[in-house]
Design a protein around this ligand. Structure first.
Ligand code: SF4
Ligand code: SF4
Length: 428
């Protein structure tokens, strides 16, 4: 597919925004990467200085510039503080796209994105993980605790395992619950995203159970692929366009809602209209308007909360950047959690600061990512919570990294998983 047929903005289209930067430095006070590195080129102001040079033809997209462009989580924290109202996230994505034409996107990112693009490869990953979970649950208790110490694990493997620690056990297994009402006539498509579909189905199971219990019939098209957020962030616009078009083609026009549970997946739909061919632009606009996060969908409805079931736990909540800043959803998950009887809700410090995962950032910049995750984990631990909730599959990876580094076993759940757990207690 030719990029010429799509409407996305190139770096030159952002020239005016880049010039608007007054160099006031306010972005420094909120940028997690700047806080971790102290490097001027890691914050939006520094990147705009570099990009100014590129736009004026004084600098070229060499490896050094590409490396500096890597240093952004796309968290949009700077946008909230910028008096000139500049969105570094969009500009940096456009700059990465131009840079990728010269420097490529790198082997590791290329490998990860190739896997996200293939449902066959993701299916194989699911088989491996399901087998691991089966074997693990079968032998749990028989494996000597110090077995892990026998093997000297290289740092790379330790880092990788820490990222996915929280995904290794399935919290909610699908159970058919007794529906409370006649099925609603609302036509819902559920987009579970690739992590919930292929890595750990717990959140997907919980979403289906909670919606069914509350009388909503849900469809999941068989051929949904990854939402494409990692491809867009890496500047691989060709892959992003292909994924966006495939997902749009799976959905009928007469759908009422497209429900997403993952903050990252939900946030990227707003970019679909600019990245698809002309004939799909109207459909993309229509479907983007119908996309809604599960927390918002449930908070706006009369949700069943059983009177005789409770979860006696201390809970804290981490705000995903892609939910709070991109979709303006932050009160809704708290509203849901506070409705559950027995829950002692505790706000953590800086609940809306990025978790440090940011897609492939945690793999390409492991040390900076760990420093950011570590601070987040400490804020979670300080609340003395039994459980930390979040609404993003990517944030689960960042929180898992930080908590594992701090030897904490606090579980990480989606608010909907707790609702499903409550319903299961209710039906016992
Ligand atoms: S806050 Fe905005 S205007 Fe100020 S230095 Fe940062 S990017 Fe530039
Ligand atoms: S989007 Fe986030 S990581 Fe990137 S420059 Fe802004 S504050 Fe820093």
């Amino acid at each position: 597919m030719s990029e010429k047929k799509t409407n996305f903005k190139s770096l030159n289209n952002y020239a005016e925004d880049v010039y608007k930067c007054t160099k006031c430095g306010l972005c420094q006070s909120v940028c997690p990467v700047y806080k971790a590195t102290g490097l001027e080129t890691s914050v939006s102001r520094g990147k705009f200085t570099l990009l100014n040079g590129i736009i004026n033809g004084k600098l070229k997209f060499n490896k050094k510039v590409a490396k500096n462009l890597e240093l952004c989580l796309g968290c949009k924290a700077c946008y909230d503080f910028c008096p000139s109202g500049i969105s570094a996230e969009e500009i940096i994505s456009a700059a990465r796209h131009e840079s990728a034409k010269v420097n490529g996107i790198g082997f590791i990112k290329g490998f990860i994105l190739a896997n996200f693009k293939s449902n066959f490869r993701l299916g194989l990953l699911k088989m491996i993980l399901d087998a691991y979970r089966f074997i693990f649950s079968f032998f749990e208790g028989f494996i000597p605790k110090n077995l892990a110490g026998i093997f000297k694990k290289p740092k790379l493997i330790i880092n990788f395992l820490n990222l996915f620690n929280s995904q290794l056990k399935e919290h909610i297994k699908y159970n058919k619950l007794k529906p409370l009402k006649q099925p609603s006539s609302i036509n819902i498509i559920y987009f579970p995203g690739c992590i919930n579909n292929y890595v750990n189905s717990s959140v997907k199971n919980a979403v289906l159970m909670v919606l069914e219990k509350n009388g909503f019939k849900v469809n999941i098209p068989k051929n949904f692929t990854c939402c494409g957020i990692a491809a867009r962030s890496a500047g691989d616009y060709k892959s992003f366009s292909e994924l966006a078009e495939n997902n749009l083609n799976q959905i009928p026009d007469n759908v009422d809602y497209i429900i997403t549970d993952c903050a990252s997946c939900g946030s990227v739909w707003e970019f679909y209209p600019d990245f698809v061919r002309q004939e799909l632009v109207n459909k993309a606009r229509l479907l983007t308007e119908k996309t809604i996060n599960i927390n918002k969908f449930l908070a706006e409805r009369e949700l069943y909360i059983p009177e005789n079931a409770e979860i006696n736990k201390k809970i804290t909540y981490h705000d995903p950047c892609h939910l709070k800043r991109f979709q303006k959803v932050f009160e809704e998950p708290r509203k849901i959690l506070k409705k559950i009887q027995g829950i002692d809700f505790r706000e953590m410090k800086d609940s809306d600061v990025c978790c440090g995962a940011a897609g492939t950032f945690c793999i390409s910049q492991p040390e900076i990512s760990k420093a950011i995750s570590s601070e987040k984990a400490q804020n979670i631990i300080n609340t003395k919570a039994d459980i930390v909730c979040t609404s993003c599959a990517g944030c689960k990876i960042g929180l898992s990294q930080g908590l594992t580094e701090k030897n904490s076993t606090i579980p990480i759940y989606h608010p909907v998983e707790l609702l499903a757990e409550l319903y299961l207690i209710d039906e016992k």
